[in-house]
Design a binder for this molecule. Sequence first.
Ligand code: NAD
Length: 361
Amino acid sequence: MVTLQVNKLIDFVADVFVHADSSPEEARRIATYLTTANLTGHDSHGVIRVPVYVRWRNSGMIIPNQTIEVPVDTPSLAVVDGRFGYGQTVGPQAVKIGIEKCKATGLAAVSTRNSGHIGRIGDWAEMAAAEGLISIHFVNAAGSVLVAPYGGVERRLSTAPYCVGIPRPGLPPVVLDFATSIVAEGKVLVASRGGKKLPEGALIDLDGTLSEDPAVLYGPHEANGPRDHSKGSGAIRAFGEHKGSGLALMCELLGGALTGNGATKPNRPFANGMFAIYVDPKRIDPANFFDGEVTRYIDYFKDTKPAAGVDSVLIPGDKEAMTRADRTKNGVPLPDETWSAIVQTAREVGVSEAAITKATA
Ligand code: NAD
């Protein structure tokens, strides 16, 4: 395990993307969002993605320094076409449009298609919450057919994340943010690179056998080599039986079909689609009952005797806030395999040995 200080990790990852043709601004944005995923405990969406992002850029699947298009623009609605730019470039612009429209009208929707990987969806809910706005995000990952629906064994869905953010004045927002599969694909990636093991039965093989072995998804793979989910025969399972599988379907239909990103199908380039709804609680609630009621209810919700083995009941966002505080202070831990795959990519794009040494010094 290596542990990197946050600023050094951001500087290093930014250097990789500058060497991969991103502007210094874009490179720093990518590095900051990826590191934030690690900071919040979502290592699956953190710097472990560096090798795959660079591979996508090398193959032309992702375009550095891309400008977005906004083909539909009304006072309360926008359609954003990311034109396969980095998600860390497309995402903030799409969310900014939603925030501006919502502040003007009280309610807005932004439909985003053809975005590179937009990472941890909680980032976008936090961005809206920082402006006092509620947001709801239905997302699909077209081209990434990985998840078996309830009752099936074959891949039909992406890991299609769903996210809701609720602002709280003076406190971190409540952010529910998860893949609609038992685990996000990145968690399989982390497990395959020596990180946290998968929960029991997270995967299903073609013959219906439940498994925790990443090889079910990636096929046999070298420790330092690439992970290719087209090589495995099995699937990740949708979470929550028929209910989770149904929510995943809605993410495909709204984040995929409605946005124009396309609901997930095989043999097409990866792209995230996101249908996001923004609500200004102050417009709904001029009498100002919402904030007080959120506080009262969360206190009531948490004030239950914990079940055996549980310290206390948490709300969505608590775990991320705790991990962020810890890792900001103590650094970001990365399994050796993850770090060596990142370093290998850094060397491939021409990052200097001095910069590699400096990152861990
Ligand atoms: P997860 O299973 O870790 O669940 C996270 C959610 O559960 C958070 O809201 C967290 O606050 C809450 N939570 C965790 N422990 C809790 C507890 N003990 N009590 C109460 N609440 C608790 O998340 P995941 O499904 O592994 O997803 C990880 C990340 O991957 C997310 O940020 C998601 O947006 C992202 N993702 C992105 C894509 C993409 O295509 N861009 C695809 C899939 C997932």
